[in-house]
Ligand binder design. Structure first.
Ligand code: ATP
Ligand code: MG
Length: 338
């Protein structure tokens, strides 16, 4: 399948009084057409910052300080660097090529405008030739697809339950048949049963319409179920990327393994959730070596000295001196003795 998105060296900073917080550090990612890419990591690892940067939704004090987001429209059309476009140039891409589903639906839906009108606004911006009636019919189809009855088109968003608002926003994100839907914890505000229903509807729509998805959540076990590939973030960096299949049975990075233990698969018997001992790094005061080293059971002196590179491994990439086997036997012995 052809490449849809090619993110290179993307850096996003929050400029604060306390200093510069680099919440995304040299992010490299590719996404194929129709692919579902999961992004996991603990709180404050930079997931939302990355997603907002990809959707060009970042607001002050966040700023993309380096890197590019190459979008490939397909056919003979040349790739476009979304990171380099101004608001006016971006307009044709919003909703139509790239749409966003935020964690809180009410932050995106206008509570006092009827659902139908919000849908037809988006639909007719995308296709101005459509009449009001046709646009409203399409809006009804979209709602039906996420299990909401057509007659809710006349409702105001504040009249809907939280789960229904979230599903309406997902339907709206699909209104212009985008190539890419960015989803930031779209189901954390709803209960587990509703979460399952919403995910099933997203997956069914994805199967039918073929859009690609970047899906952000701290819940790795959920991503293992729904993703083709998964990127693991820690302290603003990607520390491991791989197919969901590999991460399921052969996660390489010690942080990925710790996350796996903290979020056991739904299919496994319920255990006491342990969490990961220690706390995430302070982005204003990063250690000089691997950011995970202070919490890592495998850490050796070298891990505290310099940061490991994100290297190619079978079915993905990982940044770890130890599990990548970057130390030869002599060096390993020396490190162990130290
Ligand atoms: P969560 O799982 O809690 O949603 P996240 O992985 O989405 O976390 P981000 O929200 O991207 O994390 O935050 C990454 C880092 O950027 C954190 O250290 C956070 O404190 C910092 N940050 C986020 N928003 C701002 C802001 N508006 N001003 C300053 N720093 C910010
Ligand atoms: Mg977030």
């Amino acid at each position: 399948s052809p490449t849809l998105l090619d993110v290179r060296g993307l850096c996003v900073d929050y400029v604060t009084e306390a200093g510069n917080i680099r919440a995304c550090d040299e992010i490299d990612l590719t996404l194929k057409r129709g692919e579902i890419l999961g992004v996991a990591g603990e709180s404050a690892s930079g997931k939302s910052t990355l997603l907002n940067a990809l959707g060009r939704l970042q607001r002050m004090p966040a700023a993309t300080s380096a890197g590019s987001i190459w979008y490939h429209p397909g056919g003979d059309e040349p790739a476009v660097d979304l990171a380099a476009l101004d608001e006016e140039e971006l307009a044709p891409y919003r909703w139509t090529k790239v749409s966003v589903v935020m964690q809180s639906a009410m932050a995106s839906l206008n509570p006092v405008i009827r659902l139908g009108e919000q849908f037809t606004d988006v639909i007719r911006t995308h296709d101005p030739r459509l009449g009001e009636k046709e646009a409203m019919a399409q809006a009804g189809d979209l709602l039906t697809m996420v299990g909401i009855s057509r007659d809710r088109l006349t409702a105001f968003p504040f009249q809907l339950s939280g789960g229904m608002q979230q599903r309406a926003l997902i339907a709206l994100s699909l209104a212009c048949d985008p190539d890419l839907v960015l989803m930031d914890e779209p189901t954390t505000a709803v209960d587990v049963v509703m979460q399952r229903q919403i995910l099933d509807q997203v997956l069914a729509a994805q199967e039918r319409l073929g859009f690609a998805v970047v899906f952000v959540t701290h819940d790795l076990s959920l991503l293992l179920e729904i993703s083709d590939r998964i990127a693991i973030m820690y302290g603003g960096k990607i520390v491991e990327v791989g197919t969901a299949a590999r991460l399921h049975h052969d996660a390489k990075h010690p942080y990925t393994r710790a996350l796996r233990r903290a979020f056991p698969p739904l299919s496994e018997p319920v255990r006491r959730l342990s969490g990961i001992p220690g706390s995430p790094p302070d982005l204003l005061d990063l250690p000089s070596g691997c950011a995970f080293a202070p919490r890592c059971e495998l850490a050796m002196p070298i891990c505290h000295e310099r940061p490991p590179e994100l290297r190619e491994i079978p079915q993905g990439r990982s940044a770890c001196f130890i599990t990548n086997g970057e130390l030869d036997d002599a060096e390993r012995a020396r490190q162990q003795a130290a």
